[in-house]
Design a protein around this ligand. Structure first.
Ligand SMILES: CCCCCCCCCCCCCC(=O)SCCNC(=O)CCNC(=O)[C@H](O)C(C)(C)COP(=O)(O)OP(=O)(O)OC[C@H]1O[C@@H](n2cnc3c(N)ncnc32)[C@H](O)[C@@H]1OP(=O)(O)O
Length: 184
């Protein structure tokens, strides 16, 4: 991955460990919001990604590229692929059990991704430092061992639920996840 200093963990970064009460190895990770373009089951045209953590520290998901996702004829749009990578990286938030948002997303496109491809994505954390999480993902064509078509590195920043209350609709998230409160 060609990544900038902004998505490279500093020397003091630490790797997260599975938290008590966190998703067990093999657990399916749900949608954080039913209306999310990336993972929401109620979104009419979204990607509807679902993910699994095989080991409690990484996340895997598949994305089948359809005709609605084209850029060039017959090929996936790079922005759609970046969205899928952002979403699978965002699924790591379930392992951290705290809300984070994407501050920076860097993407390498290594091979075209034809319509009909099943992209096998995997995301992991390279380190955490304060509110910053240094995250990475790869997308492979056809199988978990297939050729890498997309790589992404991201800086996610931890926010409080007030971030969503101030700028969006935190209540919509709380209504779906009763474990989170805006003013605990
Ligand atoms: C489990 C919970 C579920 C609940 C819901 C979960 C939802 C999950 C949704 C997932 C959906 C999928 C994902 C999505 O789609 S998330 C949606 C897309 N992302 C956003 O909308 C985020 C928009 N940005 C912001 O809101 C603010 O800028 C944030 C909150 C990120 C920081 O503003 P804040 O005022 O809070 O903090 P700060 O400005 O003091 O910065 C703090 C530190 O970070 C450094 N920095 C900041 N930006 C950058 C940057 N671009 N590159 C490099 N560094 C950056 C900064 O220099 C500073 O460093 P330092 O000086 O401390 O060293």
């Amino acid at each position: 991955m060609t990544r900038s200093a902004l998505t490279t963990p500093p020397p003091d970064a630490v790797l997260p460990r599975p938290l008590p009460g966190g998703p067990a190895p093999g657990a399916t990770l749900g949608s954080h919001y039913s209306g999310c373009f990336g993972c929401g089951e109620d979104h009419p045209t979204g990607l509807r990604l679902t993910a699994v953590t095989p080991d409690g520290v990484t996340v895997v998901a598949t994305f089948t590229v359809g005709t609605a996702h084209q850029g060039a004829p017959g090929l996936a749009h790079g922005g759609v692929l970046a969205t899928a990578m952002d979403e699978v990286i965002g699924m790591l938030v379930w392992l951290f059990q705290r809300p984070y948002v994407t501050a920076r997303l860097e993407t390498d496109y290594l091979a075209p991704v034809p319509v009909g491809t099943v992209l096998h994505m995997r995301a992991w954390c390279n380190g955490m430092s304060g509110r910053k999480a240094y995250l990475e993902a790869e997308g492979r064509i056809g199988s978990p061992d297939g050729p890498v078509a997309v790589r992404a590195a991201a800086l996610f920043i931890e926010v409080g639920m007030e971030h969503f209350a101030e700028h969006g609709d935190a209540q919509a998230i709380i209504d779906e996840h009763h474990e989170y409160e805006v003013n605990p």
